[in-house]
Design a protein around this ligand. Structure first.
Ligand SMILES: C[S@@+](CC[C@H](N)C(=O)[O-])C[C@H]1O[C@@H](n2cnc3c(N)ncnc32)[C@H](O)[C@@H]1O
Ligand code: SF4
Length: 408
């Protein structure tokens, strides 16, 4: 999830990319991620790079470090990106505003950032423009401004329909807030509505989870993401688990809940296309996340945001004040970068593509990896498809172990 970036090489102050990366860029679709690092309250399980007003400190920092001024810093980074990618820039195929809570910014600020992306790079015909939102962070008027400004997909952090589960997760919304927010989004004209769910929260029974799945389906979503709760080091939840106040998620319980999710969502007409993601049809799949999973190119704007261009991965400084100060000085916000060599690229392809419904081409595996396939097929963990590694439902439950087995 929101874990710390790996160590890399220091990134140059001007953000310039190696010529080979620029030469390799331009062949594939380009995505844009805009990170909005603000939340009203930190949920006890979350270690994403996000800050409450109290955590940000007094509003005396450089412009761009506060909610009020953040859009200008993000727009300045887009101008910077245009310079770095000069000659290879192309219209964005997908744009994704994530967080944090993007909808804590006034909606016209989000639209202003989108306009700057369009002015600088262009938006491809049929561009997918998503924002994440907390169910209690939007009003009908906000949603109308976003929709009119070009956003066409919204992903609500629903997590659960059950009050006591939302309480353990420290969520600020009530179960009733989700269907209301979805209705407002539809009324505003959003074509694509997605709901994020979490299963395995301490105290959540299988019946509670069934109620959450049913509650999500009753909203008529086009897309559902269902994530097993991860107890991230350093979070309030991890401290509660260590103190013995709440139990850690149990693997068997998580497996039962995954199977229930897959059965329930499939029966309602949503099919899995990535281990934790189900969509009504192909058009409802999240194209932005597919771009990540298929090793595409994207620029990530904002504190802690990661980018990948032509085989080079780079990531920005995490602290909003440091980020804003760099932007104000005209220095690249990128802190470090990593040139991905062939073995790393291949390992990442195995890790990511094995999780997709179309699976991984067998040709990507080395000989020992291919030699493991007959046994995986015999155990019913991968399908009989000869040229691709496609996980069965049973295999999806053991995806991490299977992938570990396949990487060189
Ligand atoms: C980082 S949030 C950003 C969107 C929005 N602030 C929200 O919470 O809905 C995106 C999603 O990540 C998931 N998430 C965050 N931390 C998680 C964890 N420790 N375990 C499982 N899922 C997590 C939640 O489902 C959440 O909806
Ligand atoms: S609202 Fe979303 S991003 Fe913010 S702390 Fe909670 S899970 Fe994390």
């Amino acid at each position: 999830m929101g874990s710390a970036p790996p160590d890399g090489d220091p990134a140059p102050a001007d953000g310039a990319l190696p010529a080979a990366a620029l030469a390799a860029a331009g062949e594939r679709g380009l995505g844009l991620y805009v990170h909005v690092p603000f939340c009203a309250k930190r949920c006890g399980y979350c270690d994403f790079n996000t800050y409450t007003a109290a955590e940000l400190g007094p509003p005396d920092g450089p412009p761009g470090a506060s909610r009020e001024t953040y859009a200008d810093a993000a727009i300045a980074e887009l101008g910077f990106a245009r310079g770095v990618l000069a000659g290879t820039e192309r219209p964005f195929e997908t744009v994704f505003f994530g967080g944090g809570t993007p909808t804590l910014l006034p909606p016209d600020h989000l639209v202003r950032i989108l306009r700057a992306a369009e002015d600088g790079f262009g938006l491809a015909p049929g561009v997918e423009v998503t924002t994440e939102a907390n169910p209690d962070s939007v009003t009908p008027a906000d949603l109308e401004v976003l929709r009119e400004g070009g956003f066409n997909r919204i992903s609500f952090g629903m997590q659960s329909s059950v009050r006591h589960v939302l309480r353990v997760l420290d969520r600020t919304h009530d179960p009733e807030g989700v269907p209301r927010a979805v209705r407002w989004a539809r009324e505003a004209g959003f074509e694509q509505v997605s709901l994020d769910l979490i299963y395995g929260t301490p105290g959540e029974s299988l019946d509670d989870w069934r109620r959450s799945l049913d509650g999500a389906l009753a909203c008529g979503p086009d897309h559902v993401s269902a994530y097993a709760l991860i107890v991230e080091d350093g979070t309030a939840l991890a401290r509660r688990v260590v103190r013995g106040e709440v139990p850690a998620p149990d693997d068997d319980d998580l497996a039962d809940k995954y199977v229930l999710a897959d059965e329930t969502l499939t029966a309602a007409g949503l099919s899995w296309y990535e281990l934790s993601n189900w969509a009504r049809d192909e058009a409802a799949r999240c194209r932005h996340n597919l771009l990540y999973w298929r090793g595409g190119d994207w620029w990530g704007v904002g504190p802690g945001a990661h980018s990948h261009v032509g085989g080079v991965r780079f990531w920005n400084v995490r602290n909003p004040r440091t980020y804003a100060a760099r932007i104000a000085e005209g220095v690249s916000p990128a802190e470090a970068r990593e040139v991905l060599d062939e073995p790393t690229t291949r390992t990442e392809r195995i890790l990511l593509e094995t999780r997709l419904v179309e699976g991984l081409p067998v040709s990507v595996l080395d000989v020992p990896g291919r030699d493991r396939l007959p046994e995986l097929r015999q155990r019913g963990l991968v399908t009989e498809e000869p040229d691709r590694v496609v996980l069965t439902r049973h295999g999806r439950l053991l995806a991490d172990a299977i992938v570990r087995d396949l990487v060189p």
